[in-house]
Design a protein around this ligand. Structure first.
Ligand code: HEM
Length: 508
């Protein structure tokens, strides 16, 4: 329930006088640490008794960063209305995302959320997975990996950027869902030596927009935009290219719907055209938000999952064992549900490497967070999934270990299919956001990632060619810096793998 700022005045001053406030850090500390914000914030939050800190910024309201689940619940659900994205956020992304669902609040957001939610009913979802995800995996991904594995078996080791493979797959799938059109970015291995212009335009626009948000003084990017120079000119060019690309598809679809009375497709674009009442620019912006939401998030999670498996081969063995036992490719929906260890691996990966590292709101009115932190109207309040996944108070002393077993209730001794996954509060683990604005694609993302990972792990061994620790880059969606360079081999059957339970006991 939204609390009117006036009604909180008393509690605000009460807290202000009698509570310990989180430590404040001046602008100079922020400036000195601007190249290592992730680890700086994580360290500060683990030292803070309330798991909240305040950063002062030049010429801008303060930023409150929290890893406290009670605060996260308060801002994302209990007093949701007082924590919109706000103008400072939407200004930064306006040129790229316009008025798409990601970048609006209030009525505009509500209307889009309602419209888009039809895309995610369990019937639509099942249909989408069957027609798009399964098809993309069977007709594009697996043949590509097969041909790379063939080369590796017969010639020198072939090195592939697996992050790029997964990103192209993610882009194709989300375009089919939103535009009803497959851009076929994932093709044969030769295609990786060519840049795909539309992918590059999305990359550039996303990167420059993310860097705007991280600039210590926003006047710098605003001046560059005004003068149309440097990165701002590049942003403008990329956004123009994206607009042209999508507008052409919208025109084509409209023509087909009128000319051939094309039945409403399963995609978001057809649905919006048929529903009517939404102008062309709004449709375009909505589609861009969707593509951004679904494209790099799943590929980021899967890249870090394969990276984590390659560094924890005992986990990989357990997973191969589970899949060998129960995953049936022609009955993917039913059998995927039983793949509990696979789900635990996905959750554990996103705990350590969340696809969205942090997310900010801007307070509409004065407020007080449950831990006593006073909030002034206009303050930026950031919840921080990356830091939360690494808090000892939330995940215990072994928080930095990749240990999927932590997601099971009780001892993971039984065969995983019979185990129950722990129910973890979305405010302790907010990788999909939470509350009224929870990620609309959460269910789809989980099924899609499970199917893709299961199909790959069943057949191939993915091994990094570099042994150093990979660097997590927190852009709009997190990336692995420099890509994930791997070799791909066919998996040799593990002797006895089909016959052991999760403790290694013989079953037959
Ligand atoms: C591992 C995969 C994913 C993760 C971790 C993830 C995470 C998130 C997060 C953190 C938000 C809130 C962002 C914000 O408000 O600034 C969000 C929103 C959203 N996500 Fe996802 N997402 C994933 C996959 C997907 C997919 C595959 C789709 C659909 C194609 C999708 C559609 C959306 C939409 C439409 C929103 C906006 C919801 C709203 O504002 O009401 N997501 N997601």
């Amino acid at each position: 329930m939204y609390k009117n700022p006036k009604t909180i005045t008393f509690s605000y001053y009460y807290y202000y006088l009698f509570h310990n406030h989180p430590t404040n850090y001046p602008f100079i500390s922020f400036f000195n640490n601007r190249h290592r914000l992730l680890s700086w914030y994580t360290d500060l939050l683990s030292q803070s008794p309330s798991q909240t800190v305040v950063i002062r910024r030049l010429t801008a309201p303060k930023t409150i960063i929290t890893a406290n689940p009670k605060n996260v619940e308060y801002m994302l659900k209990t007093n949701f209305i007082n924590f919109p994205k706000g103008k400072p956020f939407t200004d930064v992304l306006q040129d790229f995302l316009g008025t798409g669902i990601f970048n609006v609040d209030g009525d505009l957001w509500h209307a889009q959320r309602k419209l888009a939610s039809h895309q995610f009913t369990s019937r639509s979802l099942k249909q989408h997975v069957k027609t798009t995800v399964v098809e993309a995996v069977k007709t594009k991904l697996l043949p590509l990996l097969d041909s790379i594995a063939d080369d590796t078996a017969t010639a020198e080791v072939v090195v592939v950027d697996f992050q790029e493979v997964l990103r192209r797959l993610g882009f194709d799938i989300v375009c089919k869902l939103s535009l009803g059109f497959d851009p076929c970015c994932l093709r044969d291995k030769q295609s990786f030596s060519h840049v795909v212009p539309i992918l590059a335009a999305f990359d550039t626009a996303a990167e420059i927009s993310a860097k705007r948000a991280a600039t210590p003084i926003s006047a710098v990017w605003k001046l560059k935009k005004f003068l149309r120079i440097g990165s701002e000119k590049l942003l403008k060019d990329s956004v123009n290219e994206i607009h042209e690309y999508i507008t052409e598809i919208i025109h084509e679809r409209k023509k087909n719907i009128i000319k051939f009375s094309e039945k409403t497709g399963l995609d978001l674009l057809s649905r919006m055209i048929k529903t009517g009442g939404v102008n062309e620019e709004q449709i375009r912006d909505m589609v861009i938000s969707f593509i951004m939401a679904g494209r790099d998030t799943t590929s980021s999670a899967m890249t870090w999952l394969f990276y984590s498996l390659s560094r924890n081969t005992h986990v990989e063995e357990k997973l191969v064992n589970e899949l060998g036992f129960g995953f049936k490719e022609n009955d993917e929906f039913e059998t995927l549900k039983e793949m509990k260890y696979l789900q635990a691996c996905i959750c554990e990966t996103m705990r350590l490497y969340p696809p969205v590292s942090w997310d900010s709101k801007h307070a509409a009115g004065d407020d007080v967070l449950p831990d006593g932190t006073p909030v002034n109207s206009g303050d930026r309040v950031t919840y921080f999934p990356y830091g939360m996944g690494r808090m000892e108070r939330l995940w215990g002393v072994d928080r930095l270990e990749f240990r999927p077993d932590r997601w099971f209730d009780g001892e993971p001794g039984e065969f995983a299919g019979r185990l129950k996954l722990k129910e973890v509060s979305p405010y302790k683990y907010p990788v999909f956001h939470a509350g009224p604005r929870v990620c609309l694609g959460k269910g789809l993302a989980n099924v899609q990632m499970s199917y893709v990972v299961a199909s790959i792990v069943n057949r191939f061994e993915i091994r990094p060619v570099r042994f150093e620790e990979a660097v997590y880059l927190p852009l709009l969606t997190a990336h692995m810096e420099g890509g994930f360079k791997v070799s791909i081999r066919r998996r040799r059957p593990i002797v006895g793998a089909m016959c052991q339970d999760m403790k290694g006991h013989e079953l037959i």
